[in-house]
Design a protein around this ligand. Structure first.
Ligand code: GAL
Length: 377
């Protein structure tokens, strides 16, 4: 082979390799690694998708390969087609300042970014744990940016609804809650303990300092109002809280959902006027059976349904529907008017390598959500 022929074959070979890498980058197969345009697995977990001005933005926990703390911050990727994702870097960076709420080594989880049409700002809410304190701080944090890719400016972190009662809790129920004493109950899960939880034992314990807030989501209703939905009270009870018009604070109006039900990873979708909440149980990084609730009004009453997951996962360890196909939900995004369940298949030994699982949500004849495994979208 002449030198020029050899060069031409070499160039052709490189082009073929390059184009196959490009095709691979666009192939997002559930249960496998998902590559960005740099050929790296997308390191955005527990996050959400925001569509803005014709582009999709995917926010998520940027996790180190080893360990559980946040070393970089919240990452963001962009895409025009929801398949080819470009790494846009860190949207909200950890602080290098000692003692700062988001000091490097804190834990930032479940970031949700929404666009506020009134202020024309991008607002991020996330679950924050302070450095060196495990999961005891249980706070929600706020950050804001002028651009979808950041940099987001940290605003503050806080417990929620300090000094406030759920808006529909009458005086008698408030009195019953005030009669509880969490310090007395060392043994959990007895019928007596459960009764006290339902009365609002942890609500009362944290009444003054504010309620705990861990796994969370943000839901924007058709009228533009935003709600923060979080696992509170030792992850036993969900709280739905109304946010102020700028999305940077709570109005003080809130309600409890399924007291004592131990629901985490809340994801919300509204379909034909009904609100559907899909959650997980509390087994840390290990998968469990999803739970579902519906309500005609965001303030309840909420009715519990069986898990919407049916069938089997093909190609991914045969994970059954009653283990949410090995995943835990993080958000329900809309694409072309259709809802998709966005979840993480956690890899607790290498969190950055946790897999992504996106599945379409269908509705049966009665309008009830059904989620089946699909290999690809
Ligand atoms: C899960 C939760 C995750 C993370 C993890 C820590 O239950 O959904 O967001 O907090 O526990 O163990």
């Amino acid at each position: 082979m002449k030198k020029s022929q050899w060069m031409a074959s070499f160039v052709l070979c490189c082009m073929a390799l390059f184009s196959s890498a490009q095709t691979q980058a666009q192939e997002l197969v559930n249960g496998q690694l998902w590559m960005d345009t740099d050929g790296k697995h997308i390191n955005a977990h527990g996050g959400n998708i925001l569509q803005y001005d014709g582009t999709y933005y995917w926010y998520g926990e940027n996790r180190p390969d080893r360990g559980f703390t946040t070393e970089e911050g919240v990452g963001v990727y962009s895409s025009a087609d929801m398949k080819t994702w470009k790494n846009e870097g860190i949207a909200l960076a950890v602080s290098q300042e000692r003692g700062h709420d988001i000091e490097r080594g804190c834990i930032m989880e479940r970031p949700k970014v929404v666009y506020n049409k009134k202020t024309k700002k991008f607002v991020m809410l996330f679950h924050l744990e302070l450095k060196g304190r495990g999961y005891e701080a249980a706070r929600v944090a706020f950050a804001q940016s002028d651009s979808p890719t950041g940099p987001f400016r940290f605003i503050r972190s806080t417990r929620v609804n300090a000094g406030k009662w759920p808006f529909d809790m009458n005086k008698q129920a408030q009195k019953a809650a005030q009669g509880t004493d969490a310090s007395k109950w060392k043994d959990w899960w007895t019928p007596e303990w459960r009764k006290e939880v339902e009365k609002g034992m942890y609500l009362w314990r944290d009444f003054e300092g504010g309620q705990m807030s861990r796994d969370m989501t943000v839901f924007i209703d058709d009228d533009g109002k935003a709600y923060h939905i979080t696992s509170s009270q030792e992850n036993l009870t969900l709280l739905v809280s109304e946010l102020t018009d700028d999305f940077l604070d709570f109005t003080g109006k809130f309600n409890m959902v399924a007291p004592g039900g131990q629901n985490e990873a809340p994801c919300m979708v509204k379909h034909n006027g009904t609100y559907w909440l899909i959650c997980s149980g509390c087994t840390g990084w290990a998968p469990n059976e999803a739970r579902m609730f519906s309500a005609k009004n965001i303030w309840g009453p909420w009715k519990q349904w069986p898990s919407p997951f049916v069938g089997k996962a093909t190609g991914y360890h045969d994970m059954p529907a009653n283990k949410t196909f090995g995943a835990q939900g993080t958000f329900i995004y809309q694409k072309e008017g259709k809802p998709f369940f966005m979840a993480d298949i956690w890899n607790d030994r290498h969190l950055s390598q946790s897999l992504h699982l996106w599945l379409p949500i269908e509705f049966d004849g009665n309008g009830t959500p059904v989620i089946k495994w699909v290999d690809k979208l």
